[in-house]
Design a protein around this ligand. Structure first.
Ligand SMILES: Nc1ncnc2c1ncn2[C@@H]1O[C@H](COP(=O)(O)OP(=O)(O)OP(=O)(O)O)[C@@H](O)[C@H]1O
Ligand SMILES: [Mg+2]
Length: 344
């Protein structure tokens, strides 16, 4: 514990005057009144000198440093002024402030490092994803130019393959643009009354062909068959539902079942998309909403996925103040669910 400057000065002054008086007492011819004057004056002078030294030269300077660091902290971290330390000891205050400041700066540096790493990985992923369809299309077109164009049998096939690669590239770039716009908050949601039951019906019609090819049955169950109205951006919610239903078909089993249910509670409609497919291994569950993340890289790619679907879904639902959750059991199936605000 540190003493206050006054008490420190008082103690030191008493010590100095006592030493001076005792020392003088041994000198011959010194009277009591001389001793008294010497004691009092040495006490007075040393008290004020010591107090001045501590107060002005040390405490005030330290206090200034403390205030500067405190201001820096307020500016850097937007902290309210209330948190100014109540402690009177400037050394302790300075120590506390430096400790807090350094800890916060350290956190900030770690966060920046994490973002930097994320950015680097993202760039690597994007270049890799773009490279694949470009190389494929380039290969087919060059083969055609090198003479395959004269062969009627392969001409159509190669052109169709090149076109398919370019379509994939187009879809990828569109998804990337959508994702970056959602992330920067550039796209504003246009909330309207939307009938989710009708939306699911339309998506089923669109996906009927791929479901039929795989022998997958599509079903919807709702508490309100005459209109399950929610407040949502119609276009975006179609995008969300399409990806979830398409995933359930693509990654589910042959001859599997996909069930979309729309359940009502007090304020919301709980939407869930369930399949009875092979499920997602638990170690992948927390990562499937990341950009480009695929559980089985080769198989997902074979099925034409870019791995951006769920990242987009997550962002759109965030903009609807909702959150997507996933539950999956190996060999039993996967269920994605989220809530949307109900309207009449
Ligand atoms: N219902 C599901 N069952 C099993 N795995 C799934 C299911 N839904 C998603 N996944 C896994 O999560 C990954 C990410 O899905 P996401 O929709 O983000 O990408 P994608 O479907 O591969 O591509 P995209 O949606 O862009 O066409 C998929 O590659 C797949 O491995
Ligand atoms: Mg998908």
């Amino acid at each position: 514990m540190l003493l206050s400057p006054r008490i420190t000065a008082l103690l030191l002054a008493v010590l100095i005057s006592a030493l001076t008086t005792v020392f003088l007492a041994f000198v011959e011819g010194v009277t009591n009144s001389m001793l008294f004057v010497a004691g009092v004056s040495s006490f007075g002078v040393s008290f004020f000198l010591i107090l001045y030294a501590i107060e002005i030269l040390v405490y005030r300077e330290v206090d200034k440093m403390y205030k500067t660091i405190h201001k820096l902290k307020l500016k850097d971290f937007n902290i309210t002024r209330k948190s100014i330390s109540k402690n009177n000891n400037p050394f302790k205050k300075l120590n506390d402030e430096i400790f807090v400041y350094v800890a916060k700066k350290q956190k900030e540096i770690e966060e920046l490092r994490r973002i930097e790493q994320f950015r680097r990985e993202f760039l690597a992923d994007v270049s890799h994803e773009l490279k694949t369809p470009i190389f494929a299309a380039q290969g087919f077109i060059h083969t055609l130019l090198d003479g395959a164009i004269d062969d009627e049998k392969v001409r159509g096939k190669f052109l169709a393959k090149a076109a398919k690669s370019l379509d994939g590239l187009d879809a990828l770039v569109k998804d990337l643009v959508a994702l970056s716009q959602l992330e920067t908050g550039e796209v504003k949601m246009h909330f309207e009354r939307v009938d989710l039951h009708e939306v699911v019906g339309e998506i089923f019609d669109q996906l009927e062909k791929i479901a039929h090819n795989k022998g997958v049955s599509l079903k919807v169950r709702t508490d309100k068959p005459n209109g399950t109205w929610v407040k949502a951006d119609p276009q975006r919610i179609v995008q969300v539902m399409t990806n979830l239903i398409e995933n359930a078909i693509k990654y589910g089993n042959e001859h599997g079942k996909v069930l979309v249910s729309l359940e009502e509670d007090k304020k919301n409609i709980l939407v869930s998309v369930k399949d009875d497919g092979p499920g997602i291994p638990p170690e992948h569950l927390s990562r499937i909403f990341e950009r480009f993340y695929r559980v089985d890289k080769s198989r997902s790619k074979e099925r034409g996925g870019t791995g951006l679907g769920l990242a987009i879904v997550k962002h759109i639902l965030n903009a609807h103040k909702s959150k997507i959750t996933v539950m999956s059991k190996m060999e039993k199936g996967t269920t994605f669910s989220f809530k949307l605000e109900k309207t009449d």
